[in-house]
Design a protein. Structure first.
Length: 610
């Protein structure tokens, strides 16, 4: 918690200090009221007291109460501003940190967990700051200050207060021992529940197609019941607070008045000691003194009762921390885990000046493994692609094709060897410069909510927006122009989150058009033709070859027909390059390539390829 509070800026610390000052003023005003109540009580028991005599202390009491109310309003305003300002900045920091993460860091936390940390955990922290500045800070100040007011007034009254405080401390100990550890598990179970919900909603079509609604429902119910049982256990313990605190406050008031009654009764009224004028006068004075003592005790009892209640209320406020502190501590720890984990891939501030041919890619003895103790998924890969060449990668599932091309835009860093783009090691590029050189189309086409136009301009926010002519050129090249023109709003057609209102082939073509619109030096197609029919696939490859001759293209594919005309084909098997060359060369000499090729096309079709 202290670690995350170090992120508070000077303005927020200023608001916290100012709110504490306001709380001290509010407590001082609250503790002044019993003094005026004592004056009013004394006046009411005197003969000849008129209403005008009570107006002065009553007005002051009312004024202090109003002042305390205004202080509380100011503290509430400052607490809200501080919590909102801090969590807004913290949310931005978490988002920016996650955006810099590589796939390795994302997988370490999981997407549902990162979503929970950005939303639910920050909400818990915000509640903690808001309550802390208003209630938790006020509690100890009020309790300690009120104790100084009543300490030593009466041993019996002080003993009653001590018993009440002891009961409250016992309750807090029970909550600390039983509820506190359980609260720390709530966020983890919330992660599990979010993961199950997200999984069910993402795969809703598969769930329905397999009649697996009951299976997923049972899975969700299990996670839901685990979270519900934990919350019920915690909140049942927390539910003890209100009745116990009510019993303590009511019991303490009763005890103070009960003890006060005995104290008043102990002051015996003197009897007439004689009939002489002197004796009568002495008896009258003694009677008056006894009556005055009883009035003083009654007045002290009223004041003591008020202060004692302030002590109990102070401890009740401190007890409120157990409603939010356990989850807030866990949330703070989870947020710190995200902020403390530095991205494994660090980019240079400024790129090294390119000294090679534009669009040139070179791999030299590149190996890669996901963790230190895992085996290599890429082993000693070397090849070179010159500007304008088409390099294809093919191999069985899990052979490392996608992993290999993902090393170019630095989604991961090579474990051994080096990769150069335009003669410069990819590690020596700034983030923007490297990504501006590479156009990436992933296996699963990703579209963002907005419009077709906004998706085409995606990533160009720092540059001049694309004009419609360039967008249509990219769409035409990607074989997407016809279906976009067929939409009612054309380029302004709405795109749902994830592009769910488009077919798989349409999404792939839009994703390809988006990459082409950027005019990169290098195009990476990570199995980006899989959802296209053979006719569209063939037309698209022909158009790409003719109209993007200056761009270097890397194509990961499963279809032999997609890569037959590539300038260089790399055949991968278990992370190793087991063959490289043209289609004809590999078909004549490489057994792995032959096996893949003959499983897809006939001998005649293969021999007609280039």
């Amino acid at each position: 918690m202290f670690k995350i509070f170090k992120r508070l800026n000077a303005k927020e610390w200023g608001m916290i200090i100012l709110s504490t000052v306001f709380i001290c003023f509010a407590v001082w005003m609250d503790l002044k009221s019993p003094e005026y109540m004592s004056d009013i009580t004394t006046l009411l028991q005197k003969k000849g007291t008129e209403a005008s005599d009570i107006i002065d202390p009553g007005s002051k009491m009312l004024l202090f109460s109003l002042g305390s109310f205004l202080m509380a309003v100011c503290v509430g305003f400052l607490a809200s501003r501080t919590a909102a300002s801090f969590t807004t900045r913290l949310r931005s920091d978490i988002f920016n940190q996650v955006m810099d993460y590589s796939d390795a860091e994302i997988k370490k936390f999981s997407i549902p967990s990162l979503l929970t940390r950005t939303t639910n955990d920050l909400t818990q922290l915000q509640m903690m700051i808001t309550m802390g500045m208003q209630v938790i800070t006020r509690g100890p100040i009020m309790a300690i200050w009120a104790l100084t007011k009543i300490w030593g007034k009466s041993d019996r009254w002080t003993g009653a207060v001590a018993v009440a405080v002891l009961v409250v401390l016992i309750l807090l100990t029970i909550l600390l021992v039983f509820a506190f550890p359980k609260q720390s598990k709530v966020q983890t179970l919330t992660d599990d529940l979010n993961a199950t919900t997200r999984e069910s909603l993402t795969g809703i079509r598969v769930v329905r197609a397999y009649n697996a609604e009951e299976y997923q429902t049972n899975k969700f119910n299990k996670e839901n019941e685990n979270l519900t049982r934990l919350n019920l256990f915690v909140y049942r313990l927390m539910a003890l607070m209100n009745p116990v605190m009510t019993a303590v406050s009511s019991g303490l008031t009763l005890a103070i008045y009960w003890i006060g009654a005995y104290l008043i009764d102990d002051i015996k009224m003197p009897k007439l000691s004689g009939t002489t004028p002197e004796a009568i006068k002495a008896s009258a004075l003694a009677l008056k003194a006894a009556a005055s003592s009883r009035v003083d005790v009654f007045s002290d009892m009223v004041v003591f009762s008020s202060y004692a209640m302030q002590v109990v209320i102070g401890f009740m406020m401190m007890a409120a921390i157990f409603l939010v502190l356990p989850r807030a501590l866990v949330s703070a720890k989870r947020i710190n885990e995200v902020l403390a984990l530095d991205p494994s891939i660090a980019f240079k501030e400024k790129s090294k000046e390119a000294d090679g041919q534009k669009g040139e890619i070179e791999f030299h003895d590149v190996s890669f493994r996901y963790t230190k103790n895992s085996r290599d998924v890429i082993e000693h890969v070397s090849f070179k692609a010159t500007a304008g060449q088409t390099v294809a990668l093919i191999g069985s599932t899990g052979s490392g094709k996608s992993t290999l091309v993902n090393l170019i835009p630095r989604f991961y860093d090579a474990t051994e060897g080096w990769i150069k783009v335009d003669g410069v090691n990819v590690n020596d590029y700034s983030h923007d410069d490297l990504n501006n050189k590479v156009g990436y189309i992933p296996q699963k086409a990703v579209l963002f909510s907005g419009t077709i136009r906004s998706n085409m301009e995606f990533g160009l926010s720092n540059q001049a927006p694309l004009d419609d002519t360039k967008i249509w050129e990219a769409l035409e090249l990607a074989q997407a122009k016809d279906f976009v023109e067929g939409k009612e709003k054309g380029l302004d057609e709405e795109v749902a989150q994830g592009g769910t209102n488009f077919s798989g082939g349409q999404k792939q073509r839009l994703a390809i058009a988006r990459a082409l619109a950027r005019k990169p030096e290098i195009l990476i197609f990570d199995d980006s033709f899989s959802a296209l029919d053979y006719k569209t696939d063939r037309i698209l490859r022909t158009e790409l070859k003719e109209k993007t001759a200056e761009m270097t293209k890397l194509i990961v594919a499963q279809r032999i027909s997609t890569i037959m005309d590539a300038d260089l084909i790399l055949v991968l098997d278990e992370g190793k390059v087991v063959g490289q060359g043209t289609h004809k060369e590999l078909l004549a000499s490489n057994a792995v390539y032959q096996e893949i090729a003959y499983s897809q096309l006939s001998k005649e079709e293969l021999e007609n390829g280039k």
